[in-house]
Design a binder for this molecule. Structure first.
Ligand code: GDP
Ligand code: PGA
Ligand code: MN
Ligand code: MN
Length: 610
């Protein structure tokens, strides 16, 4: 009997890291790929892989004169968004997953998924992607290694993370790393033709928090397959943060400079498709103010030696919602993608090899839509999926802050929580203190969007915009937030101030009351003036709201009635909110921090609710 032939490439590992080598071998033996490729992140590799993806029909090269080195991809129509129903936190103890997560015992999930993974890479290539979330120069670089059988994932990871040979080298022989296993779950038998977007009907996005381990199966969509992003940086990251005293949050990070040259840093937690990328790249409409981008989706926040909270963006690219992005709404995103080197997924293709999506002004006379069908302005339905995305290097952003690569991050002055609500939530309110701000975050509500599979437009509680991303019991997560409010040195005055915003309130005709986008700089100005003790506010039952003339609306085309409606705290609307908040809090039983129960009592008393 001859020994089983080894898998080509398996032994060509450019590392001697024993744990990594053992894991790759174990996965290769289970999944039986045709070959193993150690990803180096080079230009040649990008050329080779994008070339193969074009050959396979997964990608179409865009017109190099318009979008150099950029590609258009259409997914399977069933594989377009995160799958929250199929996402699991497999903690040892079920109680640690809490009432907001799906749970299965780790051994049961591993058994189930091992059966799915067995032979699942037959006919495909197993890629090993060494990556680092956050700067490699960090004191403790946050290494991960993703194994995937998708070249589209490799190319996307090259944009979204620091990855490749230099990361593997930095890992040496003994660095700790998060192993993240991904398969599209579509083995190819000999002679079987591949499809342009392989995936499986069976999908699992699973996390083993105690082991800091990620297993994903069946989907190629970014949020399910680029495992450094939601899976590592948020779900596993939040567990690390709980254990080590820091925060992993679904937040944009921006740097704001006032006309006097004072610098502030602001983070903002809004649910998926509720305005983070746009705010992060904002072009202020008010004179003298400047915004620079640090991050558009994820912030890791730790206390610095000075007792202030510092934020780092662990990512290296932008994975933005395409529809609605235009020169008027988000000119900096348009400039970023114009430099090329980008991947576009489920948008429409123009006849001259450019991309188009709803919100980009007048549509061309003919497009190829995200289903690959002819589309004209008379066609029924949209040309681009509502969750279609651009994936582009953050370093191409013309307003990227020079602090982006600073491993220590930037000191945060204000945290914004925000959601998408047609009613009730005013344009902006300031919390009375940290505990009240945590209450605002813990009770944050938003209408569901196309970023996740399921109904769109349904109001749900989305605590700190982290509902799909908290890797442990949300009651413990609230407690962790309350604890952080004590400060690292007992000086809570150094903490950021917390504000609650809503760009999406509607008027009687269904119109947005607030123009949003660049005009949100007016809200940022009010926030800064509150920090400086300059702007006026009225105290309402839900916090401090701008007075009619403390918000700068000079030169803005908004009626006094609309402005009033945007800022209004309607006691009746808020009373209707109370049973929903009560029901939400009841889920957590004795895990709910008493401070938050007390905040609810305070709110009821202020609203005059029994
Ligand atoms: P993210 O997923 O949280 O990063 O959200 P995006 O910034 O990508 O925005 C999601 C959608 O909301 C896009 O279609 C945007 O055009 C739209 N949007 C973003 N900011 C605003 C705003 O201030 N007002 C309105 N009306 N829409 C916005
Ligand atoms: P988003 O990121 O927050 O920009 O929508 C993707 C996601 O949350 O799925
Ligand atoms: Mn997100
Ligand atoms: Mn975004």
């Amino acid at each position: 009997m001859s020994a089983p032939a080894t898998i080509p490439g398996l032994d060509a590992a450019p590392t001697q890291h024993p744990r990594l080598l053992a894991w790759v071998r174990e996965v290769a033996e289970l999944t039986t790929p045709d070959r193993v490729v150690w990803v180096d992140g080079s230009d040649e590799e990008w050329e080779r892989l994008t070339g193969q993806l074009v050959e396979a029909g997964t990608m179409v090269r865009l017109n190099p004169e318009i979008k150099p080195n950029s590609f258009w991809t259409r997914t399977d129509p069933t594989d377009v968004a995160r799958v929250e129903e199929r996402t699991y936190i497999c903690s040892v103890d079920e109680a640690d997953a809490g009432p907001t997560n799906n749970w299965m015992a780790p051994s049961d999930m591993k058994q189930l998924m091992t059966d799915l993974y067995r032979g699942c890479m037959t006919g495909r290539t197993l890629y090993v992607i060494p990556f680092c979330m956050g700067p490699l120069t960090a004191e403790n670089p946050m290494f991960g290694v993703e194994i995937t059988d998708s070249a589209y994932v490799v190319c996307s990871m090259r944009i979204m993370t620091r990855m490749g040979a230099h990361v593997l080298e930095a890992m040496g022989d003994d660095a700790v790393f998060v192993p993240a296993l991904h398969s599209v779950g579509a083995p190819l038998q000999p002679g079987q033709a591949d499809v342009a977007w392989p995936c499986s009907e069976t999908k699992y996005i699973t996390h083993f928090p105690e082991e800091r381990l990620i297993w994903s199966f069946g989907s190629g969509y970014g949020g399910n397959s680029l495992l450094g992003k939601k899976c590592f940086s948020l779900r596993i990251g939040s567990v690390m943060g709980r254990d080590e005293g820091w925060l992993a949050e679904h937040m944009l990070i921006l740097k704001l400079t006032s006309p006097e040259g004072k610098v502030y840093h602001v983070t903002g937690a809004f649910p998926s498709a509720c305005g983070k990328t746009n705010l992060a790249m904002l072009e202020p409409t008010i004179p003298g103010w400047k915004v620079e981008t640090l991050g558009d989706d994820i912030a890791w926040m730790r206390f610095g030696e000075d007792g202030r909270l510092y934020a780092v963006n662990p990512e290296f690219g932008l994975f933005g919602v395409a529809p609605g992005t235009d020169h008027t709404t988000n000119p900096n995103a348009m400039k970023t993608i114009a430099k090329g080197n980008s991947l576009f997924t489920n948008v429409a293709l123009t006849d001259d090899g450019d991309i188009w999506w709803e919100g980009m002004g007048e549509p061309p006379a003919h497009l190829t839509d995200w289903h690959g069908k002819d589309w004209t302005p008379d066609s029924e339905g949209v040309s681009s999926h509502p969750n279609s995305r651009f994936c582009t290097p953050i370093e191409q952003c013309p307003i990227l802050s020079p602090e982006f690569d600073n491993p220590n991050g930037v000191p945060i002055d204000a945290i914004l929580f925000g959601g998408r609500r047609k009613t009730t939530i005013p344009l902006v309110s300031e919390s009375r203190d940290w505990a009240h701000g945590v209450f605002q975050g813990a009770t944050l509500s938003s209408e569901t969007t196309a970023a996740a599979v399921g109904a769109v437009g349904v109001v749900r509680r989305d605590p700190m915009a982290m509902l799909p991303f908290i890797g442990y019991n949300a009651g413990d997560y609230f407690r962790h937030w309350i604890e952080m409010g004590k400060g690292s040195d007992g000086d809570a005055t150094k903490l950021p101030k917390i504000f609650y915003v809503n760009w999406f309130r509607r008027g009687d005709e269904g119109q947005f009351l607030w123009p949003g986008f660049g005009e949100n700089s007016r809200v940022l100005k009010w926030v800064v003036e509150r920090l400086e003790g300059k702007a006026e506010a009225v105290e309402t039952p839900i916090g401090y709201v701008p007075t009619a003339d403390s918000l700068d609306v000079s030169g803005l085309d908004i009626s006094a009635a609309d402005l009033e409606a945007a800022l209004k705290v309607d006691v009746e609307e808020w009373k209707a909110e109370i049973p929903q908040i009560q029901e939400w809090f009841d889920k957590f039983g004795d895990k709910l921090p008493a401070v938050l129960g007390a905040e609810l009592d305070t709110l009821k008393a202020r609203l005059g609710v029994e």
